[in-house]
Design a binder for this molecule. Structure first.
Ligand code: GLN
Length: 391
């Protein structure tokens, strides 16, 4: 093994992200594992994906479909995605040129940001912002400008966005339904966004990985629904959320042809292509079972309702999530600790792990909330709620 302590100083890396630590999701999941705590922190289901999907992937794994897929993804999967987007959002995409399969939404976010952000460009994000956006913008030499959102409703203050926009603004990153707050945009947010970008050379990156997980009759506000916005958009989603298979890391990016061309120019050198048998299995499942994604909102709404009902007598205050599989719980009635400290203490002492929200802000706003994942079996949710009610 190389001896790092004695490393020649001229070989020391001048980090582009010197202040960035390990992501909070890995930190909290690892702490939960070490402490033997119930893990409601990192967002992943504790149940498997649909049997037919597992069967199809198994089929392709065992029948010789284990070599490279085309760089832009398996054709049948791109066609199935284009059909889904047409049916859901009335957006007609050419699967050959406007849909690209990626290694998770994470890779798609990276490629889209790299495609449009040049040194000196500014990118507007809404805090609390998913943790990958800002570091990737920095890696391109860009700068993020942050618009903070506040509890309990976490609405975007569009006047602040208007004040930040200038000729340097190259990209706005949207995320609805929103992780980590569990809120969702309504039609007025789309109108405000439209008004702001009209006539400007601003691209949009829509992180819509929770597109199928919206509750109480809301309609998902996809940028793919609006031709005038889609012409400047990269719309990103992930099969990990929709099919309970976060470990498979398959996502996709839909974008108009010129944007997709630049996206693919980068994608081919980030990962070249993604897992073949999983793509083939997903293509079969998506065509055979469109009801799965259509019923996903109801599936998770039942879990949200169960979790919230079980917490009715807990010391937390909360507004039930509008989408995603996360529930924020406000603990200000019983603790004045910082959220990062409380999340660690609860993991160690009460044996329940959550995600603090302050790491997703550029400046800690001092909110007293923690994020809990309810993509869990009912028994797990009952166990979790029992711990939380006993605090
Ligand atoms: N998106 C997941 C969450 O919010 C975690 C993804 C990750 O661990 N990078 O918990």
């Amino acid at each position: 093994m190389a001896e790092c302590a004695g490393m020649n100083t001229s070989l020391k890396i001048a980090s582009k992200l010197p202040d960035v630590g390990t992501t909070i999701f890995t930190v909290m999941s690892e702490l939960a594992r070490r402490e033997g705590a119930l893990n409601l922190s990192q967002g992943f289901p504790d149940f498997d994906g649909p049997g037919y999907l597992l069967e199809r992937v198994q089929h392709y794994l065992t029948t010789g479909h284990n070599q490279y897929a085309p760089m832009m993804g398996v054709p049948a999967l791109r066609v199935a995605i284009a059909e889904k987007i047409a049916a859901l959002y009335d957006c007609r995409l050419d699967p050959d040129t406007e849909v690209t399969i990626t290694s998770g939404a994470t890779e798609a976010l990276f490629c889209a940001i790299a495609a449009v952000v040049n040194p000196g460009d500014e990118v507007i994000v809404f805090d609390p912002a998913y943790d990958s956006y800002q570091p990737v913008v920095r890696l391109q030499g860009g700068k993020t400008l942050h618009v903070p959102m506040h509890p309990p409703d976490y609405r975007v203050d569009w006047d602040s966005v208007r004040d930040l926009v200038s000729d340097r603004t190259r990209l706005i990153i949207t995320n609805t339904p929103h992780n980590p707050t569990g809120t969702a945009w309504d039609a007025s947010d789309i109108e405000s966004l439209r008004d702001i970008v009209a006539g400007r050379r601003i691209y949009l990156l829509a992180d819509e990985v929770y597109e199928h997980i919206v509750f109480d009759g809301r309609e998902h506000q996809s940028l793919a629904r609006h031709a005038d916005l889609f012409e400047r958009s990269f719309v990103v989603s992930s099969f990990g959320k929709t099919y309970h298979t976060t470990g498979w890391k398959i996502g996709y990016c839909c974008a108009p042809v010129e944007l997709s061309e630049e996206f693919r120019r980068i994608h081919q050198f980030v990962t070249f292509t993604s897992n073949t048998p999983v793509q083939l299995g997903l293509a079969d499942f998506l065509s055979a079972h469109p009801e799965h994604h259509l019923l996903l909102g109801a599936f998770y709404q039942r879990k949200r309702d169960l979790f919230c009902r079980l917490l009715a007598d807990s010391p937390f205050e909360f507004v039930p999530s509008a989408g995603t599989y996360f529930q924020l719980l406000d603990y200000s009635k019983f603790s004045n600790e910082r959220d990062s400290e409380l999340a660690v203490r609860l993991t160690k002492q009460a044996k329940i792990a959550s995600i603090p929200v302050s790491p997703f802000y550029r400046e800690d706003p001092g909110h007293r909330v923690l994020r809990f994942c309810f993509a869990k079996d009912d028994e797990t949710l009952e166990q979790g709620a029992a711990i939380l009610c006993g605090l």
